[in-house]
Design a protein around this ligand. Structure first.
Ligand SMILES: [Fe+2]
Length: 275
């Protein structure tokens, strides 16, 4: 194949950045899997490791098709400086991934916190990958390379699904840290403080069943909210149900909250009571 043109050199460069990241994540995901004790989380990491390996292979294939060479090696047609910089980057990446495993094994004050810190790192990595594939897709679209754009889009969607999973995992892991490290009597007050701050769903409900309930039910709001939204019983399920219900009730109460914000809370409740 002839030397790639300027367009393909740029595509190859971006694809190689993605390739390097995938290779780095293979190593760190393997380390995190071996440290993870929670079965559903571990299973999802294993699934994402498979996806990550597949991403690496797909990107490598595309790089070759464009006339480049994967493994973040010297770029064909690139300048000597670019080649040296690229090689240095590869070394740094591999070193970082190798160093991460043992470092991550000793992070945090306890088992659960270690998992939480790993999840935060994984989330950060997913965000970087999403950004990388968004850039690749945009560049490919801009220069009319449909195949690369399609590839980047497909991979980005898998990274987004993983990011969403981690987004839900992080609160669960944080709760597990609190349960492990903070005495129950100190936990309950902080959690009721948090609940009372998410006022939207309870206020929307109190307007339909207005009257006495508001204060008395606030301590039990999470439970009643869960049952109201047909919450599932598992821990993950209930937190998901709760966030979904608070989101949807936020939407449905928007017209009412408009009047509330317009006239202040007291006039809003006065308006309601006059109805
Ligand atoms: Fe990936």
């Amino acid at each position: 194949m002839a030397d790639p043109n300027a367009r393909d050199v740029k595509l190859i460069q971006y694809l190689n950045e993605a390739y390097g990241k995938e290779k780095q994540l293979e190593t760190s995901l393997q380390a995190h899997i071996s440290m993870t004790t929670r079965p559903p989380y571990k299973k999802r990491l294993q699934q994402h490791l498979k996806e990550t390996k597949a991403h690496g292979r797909q990107v490598e294939r595309r790089i070759k098709k464009l006339g480049g060479k994967a493994d973040a090696g010297p770029l064909p047609g690139g300048s000597a400086v670019a080649e040296v910089a690229d090689a240095a980057q590869t070394v740094v990446r591999k070193g970082a991934a190798l160093a991460q495993g043992p470092v991550h094994a000793v992070r945090g004050t306890g088992e659960q916190e270690k998992l939480l810190k790993n999840a935060k790192t994984e989330y950060q990595d997913e965000a970087e990958e999403i950004a990388t594939y968004t850039a690749i897709e945009t560049l490919a679209d801009t220069v009319g390379d449909k195949e690369t754009a399609q590839l980047a889009k497909g991979i980005r969607r898998e990274e987004e699904r993983m990011a969403k999973f981690l987004e839900k995992q992080i609160p669960m892991l944080t709760k597990a840290v609190a349960q492990d490290e903070i005495p129950a009597e100190l936990r309950s007050s902080s959690s009721s403080r948090r609940r009372s701050s998410s006022r939207s769903s309870s206020s929307s409900r109190s307007s339909s069943s207005r009257g006495s309930s508001s204060r008395g039910s606030s301590s039990r709001s999470a439970g009643s909210r869960t049952s109201a939204s047909k919450g599932s019983s598992s821990r993950g399920g209930s937190s998901r149900g709760r966030s979904a219900s608070s989101k949807s009730s936020g939407g449905s109460s928007s017209s009412r909250s408009g009047s509330r914000s317009g006239g202040g809370r007291s006039s809003g409740s006065r308006a309601r009571s006059s109805r």
